[in-house]
Design a protein around this ligand. Structure first.
Ligand code: NAD
Length: 261
């Protein structure tokens, strides 16, 4: 029998056409939520929504949405609110990863990473708030990274962007708490997880086989492997559910012990 840890929840999930967004949307639906999946890749998002509707009819809808654009945030939220009859969970998941040092990175690329990885989270929290306020209790889940807490010489823009998401989430948490909203805001910090975003690392390192790449990435992880998308989705279910009703402003690391070293 399907368990219902998210029964009655209405989640807006960005970057839902691939990787972690797909795993989160699927697990949310399995746990009884309705989901609005948004992505710049509308055909991809629509395909996932159709798949989820075959698990439970009416559980998913898909919308075209560039998270770096304020006008598109406003219209995607409006459409999702209409489709689901409210929004109680925001998952700011869409993001891009690039590898370059401070010397090699161009200002244009740096700004693009900030637009997609940071402006997106600011715009999402800002514009979703009115819907979350109407559908309390609410939960905001922002996808940072272990790279938002620990730096690498080859990740200048990504480190800066994901660190910004980390403290922005806490600022949102404190604002909600002091305003008396029953809306929580937390960030998730995964280490390497097996999704298409790792293809960029393969390219940067000139590694052709995924198995070889994963083995190399796993070397710094005490548990000896990279993560699977469901490892992150389980954490998102917990933070989205009322089980975490006294948890706000935290950074939840999903890193196989990497940060314990
Ligand atoms: N996979 C990992 O190892 C890992 C680790 C830590 C953090 N993260 C973070 O998790 C999130 C999801 O990453 P993923 O691994 O699933 O990557 P992914 O590349 O598989 O998926 C990212 C999705 O975001 C969408 N997207 C990109 N730019 C967008 C934009 N401007 N507007 C809307 N959608 C856009 C893409 O179309 C894609 O569907 C990202 O924020 C990433 O930084 C991933």
């Amino acid at each position: 029998m399907m368990s219902e840890r998210l029964a009655g929840k209405k989640a807006f999930i960005t970057g839902g056409a691939s990787g972690l967004g797909v795993a989160i949307a699927r697990m949310f639906v399995e746990q009884g939520a309705q989901v609005a999946i948004t992505d710049i890749d509308l055909p991809g998002a629509s395909k996932i929504a159709a798949e989820l509707n075959s698990i439970r009819q009416g559980s998913a809808s898909a919308f075209a949405h560039d998270v770096a654009r304020e006008d598109q945030w406003i219209s995607a939220l409006e459409q999702a609110n209409e489709a689901m009859g409210g929004i109680s969970i925001l998952v700011n998941n869409a993001g891009i990863g690039v590898m370059a040092s401070v010397e090699d990175e161009s200002l244009d690329n740096f700004k693009r990473v900030m637009d997609v990885d940071v402006d997106s989270v600011f715009l999402g929290c800002k514009h979703a708030m009115k819907y979350l306020r109407q559908n309390q209790p609410g939960s905001i889940i922002n996808m940072s990274s272990i790279a938002g807490l620990y730096a690498a010489g080859s990740m200048a823009a990504y480190n800066a962007a994901k660190a910004a998401v980390w403290l922005l989430s806490k600022s949102v948490a404190l604002h909600c708490a002091s305003s008396g909203y029953e809306i929580r805001s937390n960030s998730i910090h995964p280490v390497f997880i097996r999704t298409p975003i790792l293809d960029g690392i393969s390219e940067a390192l000139g590694i052709e086989s995924d198995a070889e790449r994963d083995k190399m990435l796993a070397r710094g992880i005490p548990m000896g492997r990279i993560g699977e998308p469901e490892d992150v989705a389980y954490a998102a279910v917990f933070l989205a559910s009322d089980e975490s009703k006294f948890i706000t402003g935290i950074e939840l690391k999903i890193d196989g012990g990497m940060s314990a070293q």
